[in-house]
Design a protein around this ligand. Structure first.
Ligand SMILES: Nc1ncnc2c1ncn2[C@@H]1O[C@H](COP(=O)(O)OP(=O)(O)OP(=O)(O)O)[C@@H](O)[C@H]1O
Ligand SMILES: Nc1nc2c(c(=O)[nH]1)N=C(CO)CN2
Length: 185
């Protein structure tokens, strides 16, 4: 993908839900980002994937999407928009990696100056566990087959990262179909 103009950033987001009505809740995410400012454009939204729970907590399967959004925002502003959507979905924080009405993670942010890297625990970039998560990588590949993720070992193709995951993790990510509305404008 091309580099965004100065002042703009392109963000890859992952959203997941496994409580309530996950399909309806996930539909709030591209709409919520698109509505958060006139500078914001939802560039691509993956299909919805049914995904086996990652992280070792026994719970229902999740539904996940990955989306790409652009706008004139700082990284912490992307996190804030996602957190506001989690609040709207009445998200509570109980068990780590446990069930969620909605979880919005900031996977990576690109600016004209390159990929943002941050060790701040409030917003660690790129997301430190994204490379391990088929539920992030496979939907991302659907909307950007050439995607790269900056890892501790440097930039890596998402296609290669997903191929390196155990087959059962990839097999646990099954494409269901599109969200029931279009956020692309
Ligand atoms: N890249 C990031 N995306 C989203 N949240 C982040 C990120 N980096 C740090 N955080 C922080 O992590 C905190 C906990 O987030 P959350 O409850 O969604 O974690 P989790 O989904 O249980 O686990 P994980 O971080 O492994 O996805 C948030 O309050 C946020 O400040
Ligand atoms: N498949 C899948 N597993 C998860 C997810 C998620 O979105 N999808 N979110 C979690 C919350 O931290 C924990 N585990």
């Amino acid at each position: 993908m091309s580099t965004p103009p100065v002042g703009h950033s392109r963000v890859v987001l992952s959203a997941g839900s496994n409580i309530g009505d996950p399909m309806a809740t996930l539909a709030l995410v591209p709409d919520g980002f698109a509505a958060a400012g006139r500078d914001i454009r939802v560039v691509a939204v993956s299909d919805v994937y049914a995904t086996a729970p990652w992280g070792g907590v026994a719970q229902d399967d999740f539904c996940n999407i990955t989306l790409i959004v652009e706008g004139t925002r700082q990284p912490h502003e992307w996190l804030r928009i996602g957190a506001d959507l989690e609040d709207q979905a009445h998200r509570t924080r109980e068990v780590r990696w446990g069930p969620r009405t909605l979880d919005v993670d900031v996977i990576t942010v690109d600016t004209a100056g390159g990929t943002v890297r941050s060790a701040d625990p409030t917003l660690t970039l790129p997301h430190p566990r994204a490379y391990q998560r088929a539920f992030v990588l496979l939907p991302w590949l659907q909307i950007d087959p050439d995607a790269e993720l900056f890892t501790d070992a440097g930039p890596r193709l998402v296609a290669e990262l997903s191929a390196a995951l155990p087959a059962d993790e990839r097999d646990g990510v099954r494409r269901i179909g599109p969200l029931s509305r279009s956020a692309l404008r």
